[in-house]
Design a protein around this ligand. Sequence first.
Ligand SMILES: [Zn+2]
Length: 188
Amino acid sequence: MPQAACGRTGKMRHTVPTASLRTVIRMKPFPVSPAPAGAAAACALCQTAGGTTVWRGSDFRLVRAAEPALPAFYRVIWQQHVAEFTDLTALQRLSCIDAVVLVEQTLRAQMQPDKINLGSLGNVVPHLHWHMVARWQWDAFWPQSPWSAPQRPVDDARLQKVREHLPALDEAMQHAFAARFGASRPEP
Ligand SMILES: [Zn+2]
């Protein structure tokens, strides 16, 4: 539970309990299960960018997915081939979820969607990645998940307006990531 404290202004502040945070940071990751031999060589996210690269760091990268019916769809992809979120250290997890939150904030500020969907599945590609998707009530899959069967035909006129904003959205993501995590690294 967050601790609440009142400053001189009387405004409620929330702080993370320091003892809890120390415990989390000292937690060791689960023993990483070694990937089967050749897993990285056969992994789509080790062999390809997984979308249009928007920002790239040493630990993770941000890409925009090629999903025509859901254009404002980004992925944070861990650079190392690990399957589970608990394969990361506590600090790595904080950094990764901070990136996910930054994408959500930027999507909300730039696109004003009806909802943001966040997800980490990896059943098909067991390489740690998070999905961040801006959703609207008019989109073809609403109110189901982005991976469900379409609920209605695509609305091309509304999609086109979203597509037209993608260059500015990518730029806003790049600026936000560079400000938080440093300059983007070149492709290897
Ligand atoms: Zn991989």
